[in-house]
Design a protein around this ligand. Structure first.
Ligand code: FDA
Length: 395
């Protein structure tokens, strides 16, 4: 029977961070993962360059039923601590936009950083390993790894959420929580594209591939000003992925197609210069031409109207049509393409300082498996680093 101080299930972002920290504390650590490769999501993240943190990460960037829960871990291991680690490993990076830090070269650098840290810390990473028969014992836990008995004092559940099953996501984390009687909040796909009903799809079909800056507003008042992308199946792009985490089935999403622009003022100025110009010609200077045509074809605007005909009433109507453009998603692309899973293990079950279960001493949950979901932009990895680090000090 193999004996370890700490067994971590999941060689992803949170699990590897936790393993290195525990190893440096002198703990005998085993990380097990059923995948053939460690950190599969890291490898494909950020278009292969891994948006590994965000300069502005703060508790406000996370969705969690208890918004205070994330504060301790984020304060104890910050984005600057992770950046320091990246610097120490000589990995070059850059800020792309909005504080989002990406590797210059490849996401492989981040996986290598974590594996090197585990190696230096003496933590063993064992891939292609199936976990079964987890049981609580007087001294900790016993489990089977590929049929072999393993015991440990601390068991860390770091097996992530349900998004992207093709990258080895499974519900094991929730099953373990259930086995020990811990509360799980309903899960759903987050940071995910919207799908549309056929009439809307037909309407926007020709726009597939077209992108434009918008502000996207959910019914709970959340707003993201980023790019929207029309796709063959619906709507995507950062603005849509962000707002998807705040959207509930059945709700509308409101788009300002000209964010940051006073539409009446801009068109008023154009009308003063070119009073006979058709509205569609003027708008095509502000929006993709095909979008303007489609808005005209579907009666959202009167594209043939000369600018001089835009009286106060019509201007107001136009400002509403463009500034409060409503879309009604019929759903999302689901876990197949979602970047994250909303919900999960209720954080009320855990110590916010150590991530240890309040009910089951020695059992820890870190990363995405719990009800903590970051915005798009490096925030989810930061949560994996911070929660993994916090547990790593305690296991
Ligand atoms: P993670 O999913 O990383 O690791 C879980 C591990 O557990 C995996 O290695 C898995 O194989 C293993 N596992 C699962 N079930 C198991 C079982 N039954 N037995 C054994 N092992 C099991 N975030 C961000 O901040 N910046 C970004 O650029 C991106 N980009 C991005 C792109 C895409 C396409 C996706 C899907 C996601 C992102 N994310 C992201 C989100 C980010 O990848 C995610 O939040 C973290 O990887 C979560 O880290 P965890 O360690 O909790 O889970």
């Amino acid at each position: 029977m193999a004996q370890f101080d700490v067994v971590i299930i999941g060689a992803g972002a949170a699990g590897l961070m936790c393993a290195a920290q525990a190893g440096y504390r002198g703990r005998k650590v085993l990380v097990v993962d059923h995948a053939k490769q460690a950190g599969k999501k890291i490898l494909i993240s950020g278009g292969g360059r891994c948006n590994f943190t965000n300069l502005f990460a703060s508790p406000a960037n996370y969705l969690c039923r208890n918004p205070h829960f994330v504060k301790s871990a984020l304060a104890r291991f910050t984005q600057h601590d992770f950046i320091e680690l990246v610097d120490r490993h000589g990995i070059a990076y850059h800020e792309k936009t909005l504080g989002q830090l990406f590797c210059d070269d490849s996401a492989k650098d981040i996986v290598q950083l974590l594996l090197t840290e585990c190696d230096w810390a003496g933590a063993k990473v064992q891939l292609k390993s199936q976990v079964s028969q987890i049981e609580k014992t007087a001294a900790g836990f016993s489990l089977k790894v590929n049929g072999e008995a393993v015991t440990c004092q601390s068991l860390v559940v770091a097996c992530g959420g349900l998004s992207m099953p093709k990258l080895c996501a499974t519900p094991l984390g929730y099953q373990i929580a259930e086995q020990f009687g811990l509360a799980i909040l309903p899960t759903r796909a987050g940071l995910v594209p919207f799908t549309l009903d056929k009439p809307d799809l037909d309407k926007f079909a020709e726009l597939a591939g077209v992108s434009l800056p918008v502000s996207a507003h959910s019914e709970d008042g959340t707003v993201f000003k980023e790019a929207l992308l029309f796709t063959h199946r619906g709507l995507s792009g950062p603005a849509i992925l962000q707002i998807s985490s705040f959207w509930q089935p059945g709700q509308d999403v409101t788009l300002n197609l000209l964010p940051g622009l006073d539409i009446s003022d801009a068109l008023g100025k154009m009308a003063a210069k070119h009073p006979n110009q058709a509205l569609k010609t003027a708008l095509a200077r502000l929006l993709p031409k095909r979008l303007v045509e489609i808005l005209g074809e579907h009666g959202a605007i009167d594209g043939e109207m000369p600018l001089k005909a835009l009286d106060a009433g019509r201007m107001k109507k136009l400002a509403t049509a463009l500034g409060e453009f409503r879309v009604h998603p019929n759903g999302t692309e689901g876990y197949r393409t979602a970047e994250v899973t909303l919900g999960g293990l209720d954080t009320d079950e855990l110590s916010s300082k150590t991530m240890e279960s309040k009910q089951v001493p020695g059992l820890y949950f870190i990363g995405e498996v719990m009800d903590v979901t970051g915005w798009l932009g490096g925030y989810n990895f930061q949560w994996a680093w911070s929660s993994g680090w916090a547990a790593g000090q305690a296991v």
